[in-house]
Design a protein around this ligand. Structure first.
Ligand SMILES: Cc1cc2nc3c(=O)[nH]c(=O)nc-3n(C[C@H](O)[C@H](O)[C@H](O)COP(=O)(O)OP(=O)(O)OC[C@H]3O[C@@H](n4cnc5c(N)ncnc54)[C@H](O)[C@@H]3O)c2cc1C
Length: 130
């Protein structure tokens, strides 16, 4: 996307939730004319989390036999959970703390298995063919 396209999208989102009588949409030209520059920023490593990996490439949060060492954040292996999300980082920290404090992992924040929820699957299918 160019900077202009990004700003167009942002203004679209903001206009959709702008409750004022004089909607932001009416001022697009004015905003365009006042913007000096919008420089898109590349994040070349942002997709590294999605790199193909084999079991064992990333450590478990608490490695086997570890009593005081844990790994957190995005490059740990947690079955089923989805990388890139804030939940992934939070859950990794939760797993580490709960393990060392002896709190049963059954008390971790529940992971929703949306892939087994018929209502969600039906909505996803509908969206796919929209
Ligand atoms: C553009 C973008 C959009 C996103 N959108 C979403 C979204 O909509 N929903 C969602 O769930 N997730 C989203 N994410 C992902 C989410 O932001 C991250 O997965 C999450 O913030 C990671 O949290 P973290 O605490 O593990 O790591 P970080 O937030 O990366 O924190 C790591 C911290 O460690 C610091 N650090 C690094 N090295 C050192 C060092 N040597 N010494 C001291 N400090 C150090 C860093 O400065 C940083 O503050 C998005 C990410 C990006 C980049």
């Amino acid at each position: 996307m160019t900077g202009r396209e990004m700003l167009t999208e942002l203004l679209g989102h903001l206009a959709a939730v702008d409750p004022s009588n004089d909607n932001l949409r009416n001022h697009q030209e004015e905003i365009w004319n006042s913007v000096v520059n919008v420089i898109p920023v590349m994040m070349p490593y942002a997709s590294a989390l999605f790199n193909q990996r084999a079991v064992g490439d990333r450590p478990a949060v608490v490695p086997t036999h570890s009593k005081n060492l844990a790994f957190i954040s995005q490059f740990v292996e947690m079955p089923f959970d989805m990388v890139f999300t804030e939940q992934y980082s939070i859950r990794a920290a939760q797993v580490a703390v709960y393990t060392f404090l002896g709190i049963p992992l059954s008390q971790l924040t529940t992971l929703h298995h949306y892939e087994k929820d018929p209502k969600i699957l039906a909505r996803a299918t509908k969206t796919m063919f929209r």
